[in-house]
Design a protein around this ligand. Structure first.
Ligand SMILES: Nc1nc2c(ncn2[C@@H]2O[C@H](COP(=O)(O)OP(=O)(O)OP(=O)(O)O)[C@@H](O)[C@H]2O)c(=O)[nH]1
Ligand SMILES: [Mg+2]
Ligand SMILES: [Zn+2]
Length: 294
């Protein structure tokens, strides 16, 4: 039996998996039949020839975020995450459907979802302020920051300290720019969108884990919905809307779908304005996107 070493998966590269161990990066393959490894995984690996390694075992995960893959299957993307920081801005326009989707996933995985309003150096709109106020009233923490002029960065830094966190959010909201601000020596390429082609350049293509100078880890992720609604069903989606939780048990039927079911306490609260109607409408929209079998 080969000697085993402990390491942490920091990125998936085309040619293998980058595992960090004793401050060095070892390029690894995985043992056959091993589960897909995710960024943030703690693993045991053996050393093969030419400085390459082989992952033999994935250590127990504290949490796991999944994304949809082909054939309706799911694939792990990030492991051992404590907090998801959902980054958004006024440019590109804030996608509240995506924010709700991320928060619903967090609620169901018992991961803390937090909001990061970046590019606050740009002129802000009132409509987004109102929505943000609602999220705060639900207990979600909000950081107002600017990677450009560094405002609010210290508070964010304090919050990240000592935890494993991931930046999620649309392409172009500034996840890599913020990562650069927080970890100055990395100098990650950021995404500049060409005015003529509208195609992004230097967009992040693989989730990568970095160590924060103050302790803790930060994963910068690509700007797609890196964890879709994979792994949750319609009931869990409803539960993922935090303000629905106390209402769900008041619905007339225990299997209420909260759509137009008789005696639905959730719908009734939304119609009366006791909870946000726009959040409820986004719930219906997300629910409509899910496969009916789930
Ligand atoms: N005005 C302003 N622009 C910013 C700020 N942060 C980032 N940007 C710009 O927004 C663009 C996108 O930034 P990135 O950091 O690459 O965005 P990203 O979220 O990592 O994008 P993906 O990797 O594609 O997901 C770049 O042109 C940045 O210069 C900010 O605080 N203010
Ligand atoms: Mg990026
Ligand atoms: Zn209901």
């Amino acid at each position: 039996m080969n000697t085993l070493f402990e390491g942490q998966v920091v990125s998936h590269l085309g040619k293998g998996i980058a595992v960090e161990s004793e401050n060095k990066i070892i390029l690894c393959q995985t043992r056959r039949k091993l589960d897909t490894v995710a960024v943030g995984d703690k693993v045991m690996f053996s050393k093969a020839t030419a400085g390459l390694g082989r992952i033999e075992e994935i250590l127990t995960r504290r949490s796991l975020l999944m994304r949809p893959s082909r054939n309706g299957k799911t694939r792990p993307v990030a492991a051992n995450i404590d907090n998801v920081y959902i980054v958004f801005a006024v440019e590109p326009a804030c996608d509240f459907l995506l924010i709700d989707q991320y928060l619903a996933i967090c609620e169901n995985h018992h991961i803390d979802g937090k909001l990061v309003f970046n590019k606050t150096d740009l002129p802000q709109t009132d409509s987004i302020e109102q929505q943000l106020h609602y999220y705060r009233s639900l207990g979600y923490e909000l950081f107002r920051v600017s990677a450009a002029n560094k405002s609010g960065i210290n508070d964010l830094k304090q919050a990240l300290r000592g935890h494993v966190s991931i930046f999620a959010g649309q392409s172009g909201v500034g996840k890599s720019s913020l990562t650069n601000t927080l970890i100055p020596d990395k100098d990650l390429k950021t995404n500049t969108v060409s005015e003529t082609t509208r195609h992004g350049r230097h967009t992040t293509t693989a989730a990568t884990l970095y160590h924060l100078p103050e302790g803790g880890d930060l994963i910068d992720s690509p700007g797609v919905a890196i964890f879709g609604l994979a792994g949750i069903n319609e009931q869990q989606l409803a539960w993922g809307y935090r303000e629905f939780q106390p209402l769900i048990e008041q619905c007339l039927f225990h299997n209420c779908r909260h759509v137009n079911d008789k005696g639905c306490a959730v719908r009734s609260a939304a119609e009366k304005g006791n909870i946000s109607l726009s959040r409820y409408e986004r719930f219906l929209k997300l629910r409509g996107k899910m496969s009916p079998s789930s």
